[in-house]
Design a protein around this ligand. Structure first.
Ligand code: NAD
Length: 371
């Protein structure tokens, strides 16, 4: 059977501790469930800078390109504040996203029943929430040219950002959203501002055309971004998949993060195109949170975002849907038992370390995977 190659990049700060937990799950699936997973490890961010003088070495970049999936912890920290701009830890992350050509960012928002009270919304609005934001990641206003500050007369300045989208960029992200919708509740809400933006007009036109051509079995709705953000707070459970551009996706995905309570719970996936020679889709999976330097090394970080990033990897890179669901069920079960890391702790619950949380989830996962 073909091996599934994962490249682990723990990075900096709590990235190292939470990756220690993920390694246990991969070893279990490999050694005891007999899955053909193999993994290698490398350095990224400040750890790579300290060793190689650059935020990711060429060798590790090659290994990332050859892997079926990259799992990344987190990068950065005050130790590297004075490092030159293009050598800073975040530059390693940006290089990976760019060279792997990751054009789609997927951010699920799942509200675990045991954590409904951690949400900023009323429990009845978020209980059972399970939605996914599919954000275009490499185009739009963050990358469009011209992007500059022009000096005008009398000391005045003009800042220019350019929102630009080509048909192919909208087609590929729309197709991906519709494909994923087929594995979920078959609903896509496309969000833009066609009333005031030309890119919004083209976005709506292209998404509609992709839908009519290939995905009529999926329900497609269109919403203006302002309405969409209101609806996300008013009744988030109406959404299955939100498909949107880079700018709106950036904002809406952070809003959605708050619906679920804690940063330590949120995974993400960034997907690229299928490689022409291998036929495989490039992909990187990482928690939404950063390296949390002030709690690093204390053994108290929440490993759940990292573990759910692994679940996304199993689902989207390896089609191991049962294992991915079992992992999510295991997390839910451990939370129901009252175990909490410090970031999600509440009265009456049992505070545990990163390692104890990881072990407890692994124990439940064992039961689900053999049961
Ligand atoms: P952060 O996400 O690291 O931390 C924000 C807050 O959430 C902190 O209070 C932290 O202790 C807490 N937190 C985050 N993850 C947690 C977890 N798993 N368990 C328990 N608590 C958790 O954001 P920040 O403090 O703004 O940034 C710290 C460093 O991380 C900076 O150098 C920043 O550039 C970097 N960063 C990296 C990434 C990435 O690697 N993708 C993303 C964001 C920030």
């Amino acid at each position: 059977m073909e091996q599934k190659k994962i490249f682990l990049l723990p990075g900096d700060g709590i990235g190292v501790e939470i990756m220690d937990e993920v390694r246990k799950f991969i070893n279990y699936m490999k050694d005891e469930l007999g899955l053909t997973l193999v993994y290698e490890e490398g350095l990224v961010g400040g750890a790579a800078y300290n060793r190689y003088g650059q935020p990711i070495s060429e060798e590790d970049m090659q290994r990332a390109l050859l892997a079926d999936a990259v799992l990344l912890g987190a990068v950065g920290g005050p130790e590297w504040n004075e490092v030159a701009y293009d050598l800073r830890p975040e530059a390693g992350l940006l290089r990976l996203r760019k060279d792997l050509k990751l054009f789609a960012n997927l951010r699920p928002a799942i509200c675990y029943p045991a954590l409904v009270h951690a949400s900023s919304l009323r429990p009845e609005l978020v209980e059972g929430l399970d939605m996914l934001i599919v954000r275009e990641l490499t185009g739009g206003v963050y990358f469009g040219e011209p992007k500059t500050i022009v000096h005008l007369e009398k000391g005045r300045k003009r800042a220019i950002d350019t929102q630009v989208y080509d048909t192919y960029e909208i087609e590929r992200i729309a197709s991906l959203a519709f494909e994923i919708a087929r594995t979920r509740r078959c609903q896509v809400t496309s969000i833009e501002k066609h009333n005031v933006m030309k890119t919004g007009l083209l976005w709506k036109e292209v998404v509609t055309a992709v839908h009519s051509a290939c995905y009529q079995d999926v329900t497609l709705n269109h919403m203006l971004a302002d309405t969409g953000s209101m609806e996300l707070i008013r009744a988030p459970k109406q959404f299955d998949i939100i498909l949107t551009d880079n700018l709106f996706g950036d904002l809406l995905s952070d809003m959605t993060a708050m619906l679920t309570g804690s940063l330590g719970m949120l995974p993400s996936a960034s997907l690229g195109s299928y490689d022409e020679t291998t036929g495989k889709r490039r992909a990187m999976y990482e928690p939404v949170h950063g390296s949390a330097p002030y709690i690093a090394g204390k053994g108290i970080a929440n490993p759940i975002a990292m573990i759910t990033s692994l679940a996304m990897c199993l689902r989207y890179s390896f089609c191991l849907n049962k294992e991915a669901s079992d992992l999510e069920k295991a997390i839910s079960a451990v939370l129901n038992d009252g175990l909490r890391t410090v970031d999600i702790s509440s009265e009456g619950m049992q505070n545990v370390s990163t390692r104890v949380m990881g072990d407890a989830i692994l124990e439940k996962f064992r039961k689900f995977s053999v049961g």
